[in-house]
Structure formats: C-alpha cells, structure tokens
Design a protein around this ligand. Structure first.
Ligand code: NAP
Ligand code: G4F
Length: 343
C-alpha cells in the first residue's frame, strides 16, 4: 500500500507516518521548504526508512496546485491523508487569508485530481471540532450544526463540505475525520497543553519562573494524538466513506489542565500561572465536548489514554526536555527565558 500525507512534518503527520510504516506502507510526504530544517518530528523515521525508499519526501506546498496534482499522478497512491493546515486558531485571526487559502485550496486541488484519476484513491480530510464553534454545552456528533468562530474554523467547514460534495457527486472515496483536540509530546509548543507541560518542565528545572496564559475557562475534549491517527486509518479502511467524530467524551478547562500538570510535580499552579489579555482571541470557542459513539461502534475505535494519563505523558516528556535545556544553558547555548510571541 502507498500513502501520501500532506502535513507529514506536523504532530499527526509524524504519528501517522509511524503507524503506516509499521503496517508496511510506502509513505510519501509533502515537505515545505523552509529556511531552517522542519523535519524534527520525523527525523528518526527518515534515518530508518529513506534508504530503502519506504519513506519519501517531496518538496511542495498546498498552495502550489500543479505540484500537488503532479505528485498525485506520479506517486499514484492508494490513500491520501490531507493533514496540512495553518492549524493555529489564534494565528488564523492574524493571517486569515493565508489560513483560508491553505485550508480550502489544498482539499479541492486533491479532490479534483481524484475526480479525474482512473484509480479509486481514498481521501482523508482533517476536519475539526473547531467547526462546531462551541456555543452550547451539548455533546457534539456527526449531525451537530457547524457555527465556526474563526477563519480557521470557516476554512475547515469548506474543506469538510467540499469533501462530501465530491463524495456524493463523483463517487470519490472521501472521508471527513472530525477530530476533537488531541495532544502529545509532539504537539506544537504554542498550543495551550504543550505550553503548560513545557512550562512545568522548565519551572521544575529552574529555568522558567512564570507561565502566562489567556482564557482559563475555555473547555476542551482533549485526547492523545496517537489514538487519533489510529482512528484516521480505521476510517479509511471502512467499507463506505463517511464522516466520523473522534473524541474522549470528557471535557476539562484550561485551568483544570494547568492544575493537573502542576499537581503532577507537587507544585501549586497559582504560584506560577499569570493571565494576560494578549492571549485572548477576537472570538472564542468556549466549550467542546465530543460524542464519538459512531466511531466506537462502527470502527471499534476507543481512546486508550484518559485526561490524567495525557497530562502525565506530556509533563514527564517535558521534564526530560527541560533537563537537556538546563545542560545546554550551563554551556550558555540557550536563553533562560522562553515565551513565544503573542500566541
Ligand atoms: P500541525 O502540527 O500544526 O501540523 C500542520 C502541518 O501542516 C505541518 O506539517 C505543516 O508543515 C503543514 N503545512 C502548513 N501549511 C502548509 C502548506 N501551505 N503546504 C503544505 N504543508 C503545510 O497540526 P496537527 O496538530 O498535526 O493537525 C493535523 C491536521 O489536523 C491539521 O489540518 C489540523 O488543522 C487538523 N486538526 C488538528 C487537531 C488537533 O487537536 N491537533 C484537531 C482537529 C483537526 P510545516 O512543518 O512546514 O509547518
Ligand atoms: O491549544 P489551543 O490553541 O487549541 P484550539 O484553539 O482548541 O485549536 C486546536 O484544536 C482544534 C480542534 O478543536 C484544532 F482544529 C486546531 O487546529 C488546534 O489543534 O487553545 C485551546 C484553548 C482556547 O480556548 C484558547 O483560548 O486554550 C485557550 N488558551 C488559554 N491560554 C490558550 C492560551 N491557547 C493558546 N494557544 N495559548 C495560550 O496561552
């Protein structure tokens, strides 16, 4: 089996690549050229699998439609996982046009190529719980209404809808995975969970003093990313292309995540956490809780890690990372403060 992954260098791309290689797939991934190397999440896989051509990276960008179409035609994969996105909700308010271009053009470019392909190539679209908008406290499933609150959410609604339209109009095997938040040690450092776990590690090592966050009352259904890429693959193996929600069914506030993370190292979160308006968004998704009964019943999918387990995995990883930072700091190789601009 051959798979093409857009977003292979991201959190989910890295876990999905490992999963597919373990299943003996030949994996192809889209690599964006950047001024610094952006493959850190898959470097071990590159070392292990590129020599035998089991893992092949191709320079491209979702905005370069001709390059995407050429890649699909030359690789002729069995499955395409469209994971690439400008995936930071807060940044999507600052870069709305770029976020929308990547979020919409990529999906339709791939779907157009599949419409004209002789082979029935399966397509996975990375849909998001952000599409629901989180305005009520109901548990959300595949039939719940979308009411996006950000340019990012709106672009995901387009990609979701166009996938359904190509499925219904041209018999394309297009699957939408509506995934609620999923986290891990590979999570980008500007998403709130990783920002917290990284700060806890660094505070424990004595190289950070405070952690500044935004809205502590926002509530998310947080799961473990490795479980969710397993769900993506299961959706692609299902007899019919459909839409599926993946979620844990438990929601916790940002405050509860911080409390759990600091408790893990026997510290009182209130001694370290500050809040600042600079981390607030022009519009907020207040509450997300998912109902994944369809995936549990029909795909036999279920999360293997609960909220406490997730926090533990992330905090313990970042404690070790902070120890490495501390060693570098002693050699004056890094700066003692760490705060990402604005997000
Ligand atoms: P991520 O870590 O931010 O990774 C995003 C990936 O997209 C990176 O590989 C990035 O490449 C790539 N990318 C960005 N712009 C691109 C472009 N113009 N052309 C080609 N590649 C581009 O995201 P993630 O957490 O793995 O999420 C994977 C997908 O699931 C995303 O579409 C996200 O929106 C969606 N999603 C995520 C969650 C979640 O909780 N994680 C929940 C629901 C849906 P670089 O490494 O070069 O930046
Ligand atoms: O970690 P976040 O930035 O994730 P958000 O906005 O829920 O988006 C993530 O999940 C979506 C699925 O629903 C994905 F589609 C999307 O790609 C991404 O992976 O923020 C979570 C919550 C928000 O309510 C935010 O306002 O945490 C709040 N928050 C509070 N302080 C903060 C901070 N978020 C960030 N990033 N940084 C803060 O300091």
């Amino acid at each position: 089996m051959k798979a093409l992954i857009t977003g292979i260098t991201g959190q989910d791309g890295a876990y999905l690549t490992q999963l597919l290689l373990d299943k003996d797939y030949e994996v192809h991934g889209l690599l964006r050229r950047s001024s610094s190397i952006n493959t850190s999440r898959i470097d071990d896989l590159i070392s292990e699998y590129t020599a035998e051509n089991r893992l092949q990276l191709h320079y491209s960008d979702l905005l370069d439609s001709s390059s995407i179409t050429n890649l699909i035609n030359s690789i002729n994969p069995d499955e395409i996982y469209n994971l690439a996105a400008q995936s930071h909700v807060s940044v999507s308010f600052e870069n709305p046009i770029y976020t929308t271009q990547v979020g919409t053009l990529g999906s339709i470019t791939i779907l157009e190529a599949l419409k004209h392909s002789d082979k029935k190539i399966k397509f996975y679209q990375a849909s998001s719980s952000e599409m629901f908008g989180g305005g009520s406290k109901e548990s959300l499933n595949e039939s719940s209404a979308f009411n996006p609150k950000s340019p990012y959410g709106a672009s995901k609604v387009f990609a979701h809808d166009i996938t359904k339209i190509y499925r219904d109009s041209y018999d394309v095997f297009g699957v939408n995975g509506i995934l609620f938040n999923h986290e891990s040690p590979l999570r980008g450092e500007t998403f709130v969970t990783r920002k917290i776990s990284k700060a806890v590690g660094r505070i424990t090592a004595g190289i950070q003093e405070k952690l500044t966050l935004g809205n502590l009352d926002a509530s998310r259904d947080w799961g473990y990313a490795k479980d969710y890429v397993q769900g993506m693959w299961l959706m692609m193996q299902h007899e019919n292309p459909e839409d599926w929600v993946l979620a844990t069914g438990v929601t916790k506030t940002v405050r509860e995540f911080a409390i759990e993370a600091f408790n893990h190292v026997n510290l009182n979160w209130e001694d370290f956490v500050l809040t600042s308006e600079k981390y607030l968004r022009p519009n907020e998704v207040h509450y997300l809780l998912g109902d994944s009964s369809k995936a549990r019943k029909e795909l036999k999918w279920k999360p293997s890690v609960d909220f406490s387990g997730l926090v533990k995995i992330m905090v313990e990883y970042d404690i070790n990372e902070a120890k490495k930072d501390l060693a570098l700091l002693k050699d004056n190789l890094i700066s003692p403060t760490w705060e990402y601009p604005k997000i």
